[in-house]
Ligand binder design. Structure first.
Ligand code: ARG
Ligand code: GLU
Length: 722
C-alpha cells in the first residue's frame, strides 16, 4: 500500500469498510454521497434518486415481483435477466416455437409477444412514515397490542396518503420494525416479450457454473412495457403504446477496469445482517447442513433418472435447477461463514457491544440483558427450527406427491367441514391445480425421491415428531424403497389417468377415496405431528425473538454511533455501490475481475447440455467479427465482478458506472461470498454481472437485431484514459 493511502486509512478507518450495504435511496445525500464520490462517483445523489425531477430511479422497476428490470430506451424497452424472464418465455414457447431452446427476436413491434401476468412496478415516491406508524406505541406495550396499534396507524396513513387512481401504496417495516417507509408505486401489466438469446447463451454453464466465478453466461432477456395512450398503466390492449419512461439509462461501451466505481440499483429480497453470533451459527452449522443433506438426496435421485432418459430430463430440468440453486447457495454460505471468520467477527462485535453497554448507565438499563436473552431463545428454538426445515424440505418443497396432498388438503377436508355442495364447487380449482402438477411429473422419479427423503427424515426427526411413524412404516414394508413402492402403487395421486377417472365420479366417492388415499394419509400424519408438536412452539418463541431482534437492532444503532447502518433488504428499492474487483479466496488463488468470449470457447463442450455453444457464436468468434463491442485488447468481454452488496431479487439490476450509465446486468454472486446475506465481507463477497458489451454484441452481431440498438442511447468517451 502506498504511504498516502495508508495514512488516509488510518485517519478514516471507516473507509476500509466503505463497501457493502444496501442503502435506502431517500437518504443517499445524507448517508452516502460523500463516500460514493470519494470512491469515484461523478454525479450527485439527486441524479440517482429524486422525487420532484426525473432521476435514475425512474428507469428502475421491480420485474414480475421477484427480479429487477430497467428502461433502456425512451420507448419502454426493458432489460432483465434470462432467468428472470424464463417463466414467461417458457409460457410463450411451444414445441414448434421453442424460444427457450432457440431464442427469439421480434423483428418489429407487431412481433412483440404479450406476456400475460408479467408486471413492471415503478416507484413514484417514497416517504419516511415512522412517526405516524408508531404513534401511540410504547416500549412497555405487549407485542400484540403494539402490532394492532401499528396496523391501525398504517390503515390511517393509507387513507390519508394522496395518490392517483393508477397508483398503489406499500408500507414496509425497516430495521426490524424500528422504522416504516411508504412507497407510492405504479404497476404496468401490459409487458411484451421482445427477445432473448438461446439457452446455450442465456443459461450457458447452467447449474455447474451457477454461483461460480469465472462465469460466461449471457443471462439477459428483453421485454417492452406498454401503456395506455395517456402513458399510464393499462390492462393489455392491442391499442396500447410503448411506455415513455421519465428516464431511461444511457449505455456505456467504455467497459470497466479493476478499481472502477460501480453501483447496482434494484430490489434486493432479504438479508439478515444484524443477527447475533448464536443465530448465524445456527444457520451455518445446523440449518444449512440439514437442508443441504436433504436436497443432496433429492437431487441425486432425480439426476439418476434425468441421465437415463432425455424426456425426463426435459420435464425435470427447471425443477432440478430451482432445487439446486438454493442447495448450492446454502453450501457456499455455510462454508463461507466458517472459512472467513464470520463467527469470530460477530463475537468480537458482541464483546465490544457488551463492554460499551456495561460502561453506560443509560445503555445498561436498556440493553443489559438483550444478548443473553437472544442467545437463550435461539438455543430454545433450535430443535423446532430444525424440525420445521425437515418438514418443509422433505414433505413439501422437494417431494411432489406429498406437496400435492398438502395442496389438496383444505379441499379434501371441506367435504366434512363445509358439505358436499361446497366440495363439488371447488372441484374445478382442484382440477386446475392437477393440470399444472402433472405437466412435468414422473411418478417413478418422485417415488425414488420419496424413498430417499423419508429415510433421512426418519433418521433425523425425533420419534414423537413424525420420525417414529416413518420408521415404522418403512419397517413394515421392508425398507424405504418398499415403503415408497407400496405407497405409490396404492395411491391415485401420482397418476393423472387415475385421478381424472376419480374426479369424474360422485363427490362423495371422490372425497371418500382421497381421504383414505395412502399418500394423503401419510402426509396428513406428518403434518398433524408438525402442527401439534412443532408449530405451537415456533409460534411461542418466534415473536419473542422478533421483539428482541427489533430491540437489538435499535441497540446496535445506539451503541455504535460511529457506524452507519443500512436496513436489511426487504424487497424495496436499494442502492449498493463498490468497485470492480477480483478476489483471492484461498492461498495462491486469485480471480481476475473480467471474463471474455475466449473463455466461453474454453468451456465449450459439444453436445453437453450445459456447455454447448451455438455454431453462429463460434463462427463470429473465429472470424473475430466483433463490431464495436471488443475492448482495447481486441476481445469481447462477457462478465465482471465487483464489491456491490447484492442478494436474490437483485437479478436483472443494472450495474452503473460513475456517471450512472449502464455497464452491466447483475445476475449472481460468487460461491465463497454467498454468506453476504448474513455477513458481508468486502474481501470475499462479489456480485457477478454480464458485461453490457456482451449483451449488445449478442443482440447486434449474433441475433442481427441491431434495430433495437438504434433506440438505445449509447454514450461514449466520458472516461478519462490514464
Ligand atoms: N444463482 C442465481 C440466482 O440465485 C441464478 C439462478 C438461475 N440459474 C440457475 N442455473 N439456476 O438466482
Ligand atoms: N440470481 C439471484 C436472483 O435471482 C441474484 C443472485 C444473488 O442472490 O445475489 O435474484
Amino acid at each position: 500500500m502506498k504511504k498516502r493511502t495508508l495514512l488516509i486509512l488510518l485517519l478514516f478507518p471507516c473507509l476500509l469498510n466503505a463497501q457493502g450495504g444496501m442503502w435506502v435511496p431517500l437518504h443517499l445525500e445524507k448517508q452516502n454521497e460523500k463516500e460514493m464520490q470519494s470512491l469515484g462517483l461523478k454525479i450527485e445523489a439527486d441524479d440517482i434518486f429524486a422525487i420532484a425531477q426525473p432521476s435514475l430511479k425512474d428507469a428502475i422497476c421491480q420485474f414480475n415481483g421477484g427480479c429487477t428490470g430497467e428502461m433502456i430506451s425512451p420507448e419502454g424497452l426493458l432489460l432483465t435477466n434470462h432467468h428472470c424472464g424464463f417463466g414467461a418465455i417458457q409460457q410463450l414457447s411451444s414445441l414448434e416455437n421453442n424460444y427457450i431452446e432457440n431464442g427469439y427476436w421480434a423483428q418489429n413491434r407487431e412481433q412483440e409477444l404479450p406476456a400475460p401476468g408479467v408486471t413492471a412496478m415503478f416507484i413514484a415516491r417514497m416517504e419516511d412514515v415512522t412517526a405516524l406508524a408508531l404513534l401511540g406505541v410504547s416500549e412497555s406495550m405487549a407485542e400484540e397490542a403494539r402490532q394492532s396499534q401499528i396496523d391501525k396507524n398504517l390503515a390511517q396513513i393509507r387513507v390519508n396518503t394522496k395518490k392517483e387512481k393508477w397508483e398503489d401504496i406499500q408500507i414496509r417495516p425497516f430495521y426490524n420494525g424500528n422504522q416504516y417507509y411508504l412507497f407510492v408505486t405504479q404497476t404496468f401489466r401490459d409487458v411484451r416479450f421482445v427477445g432473448a438469446p438461446p439457452s446455450s447463451i442465456g443459461k450457458f454453464g447452467a447449474d455447474t457454473d451457477n454461483w461460480v466465478w469465472p462465469r460466461h453466461t449471457g443471462d439477459f432477456s428483453m421485454f417492452r412495457v406498454y401503456a395506455g395512450k395517456d402513458n399510464l398503466p393499462a390492462e393489455y390492449s392491442k391499442d396500447n403504446v410503448p411506455f415513455r419512461p421519465k428516464k431511461h439509462l444511457g449505455i456505456s461501451l467504455d467497459g470497466v477496469r479493476e478499481g472502477d466505481f460501480t453501483m447496482v440499483f434494484g430490489f434486493p429480497g432479504r438479508t439478515d445482517e444484524y443477527l447475533p453470533e448464536a443465530a448465524i451459527r445456527q444457520v451455518g452449522e445446523v440449518l444449512d447442513p440439514a437442508k443441504v443433506a436433504i436436497r443432496d438426496r433429492a437431487l441425486k435421485a432425480m439426476d439418476g433418472f434425468m441421465r437415463k432418459d432425455p424426456a425426463v430430463k426435459i420435464a425435470y430440468v427447471a425443477r432440478f435447477a430451482s432445487i439446486a440453486n438454493a442447495w448450492k447457495k446454502w453450501m457456499g454460505e455455510m462454508q463461507g461463514l466458517k472459512t472467513y471468520g464470520a463467527y469470530e467477527k460477530k463475537s468480537a462485535m458482541e464483546a465490544e457491544f457488551t463492554r460499551r453497554v456495561e460502561k453506560s448507565v443509560d445503555f445498561k438499563y436498556k440493553y443489559n440483558n438483550l444478548l443473553p436473552r437472544l442467545r437463550d431463545l435461539y438455543r430454545d428454538i433450535e430443535p423446532y427450527a430444525l424440525a420445521r426445515d425437515y418438514y418443509l424440505e422433505a414433505c413439501l418443497r422437494n417431494n411432489e406427491v406429498l406437496s400435492l396432498a398438502a395442496g389438496l388438503n383444505s379441499w379434501i377436508e371441506s367435504y366434512d367441514k363445509n358439505g358436499e355442495a361446497f366440495f363439488a364447487g371447488k372441484q374445478k380449482d382442484a382440477a386446475a391445480r392437477l393440470e399444472g402438477f402433472y405437466k412435468d411429473y414422473r411418478p417413478e422419479v418422485d417415488e425414488a425421491v420419496f424413498a430417499a427423503l423419508m429415510e433421512i427424515y426418519a433418521e433425523n426427526m425425533p420419534e414423537e415428531w413424525g420420525g417414529g411413524f416413518v420408521k415404522m412404516a418403512a419397517a413394515k414394508n421392508g425398507g424405504y424403497s418398499g415403503l415408497a413402492h407400496t405407497m405409490f402403487s396404492n395411491s391415485v395421486l401420482p397418476y393423472r389417468a387415475k385421478m381424472e377417472a376419480l374426479l369424474a365420479k360422485e363427490p362423495a366417492v371422490v372425497a371418500e377415496t382421497l381421504k383414505n388415499d395412502p399418500a394423503y394419509t401419510f402426509w396428513k400424519t406428518l403434518s398433524d405431528a408438525y402442527q401439534e408438536k412443532i408449530q405451537p412452539k415456533l409460534q411461542e418463541l418466534q415473536p419473542q425473538i422478533n421483539l428482541l431482534q427489533r430491540q437489538y437492532m435499535a441497540a446496535q444503532m445506539a451503541v455504535f454511533k460511529e457506524k452507519r447502518f443500512f436496513p436489511d433488504a426487504n424487497s424495496t428499492l436499494r442502492l449498493t455501490y463498490g468497485k470492480v474487483s477480483g478476489y483471492s479466496p484461498r492461498d495462491a488463488v486469485h480471480y481476475e475481475e473480467q471474463t471474455y468470449l475466449d473463455g466461453v470457447m474454453e468451456k465449450y463442450s459439444p453436445g453437453d447440455y450445459e456447455f454447448d455453444v451455438p455454431q453462429r457464436l463460434i463462427d463470429l468468434w473465429k472470424a473475430k467479427d466483433y463490431g464495436r463491442y471488443a475492448d482495447a485488447s481486441g476481445r469481447v468481454p462477457v462478465g465482471f465482478i465487483g464489491t456491490n452488496h447484492t442478494t436474490g431479487g437483485n437479478s436483472g439490476s443494472p450495474a452503473l458506472d460513475a456517471y450512472g450509465n449502464l455497464i452491466g446486468l447483475n445476475f449472481d454472486r460468487v460461491w465463497e461470498g454467498t454468506m453476504s446475506d448474513l455477513n458481508y465481507d468486502p474481501a470475499i463477497c462479489r456480485n457477478i454481472m454480464v458485461d453490457i458489451r456482451y449483451i449488445l454484441f449478442i443482440i447486434d452481431k449474433y441475433a442481427g437485431a441491431g434495430y433495437l440498438i438504434n433506440e438505445m442511447n449509447l454514450v461514449k468517451g466520458k472516461r478519462k484514459r490514464k
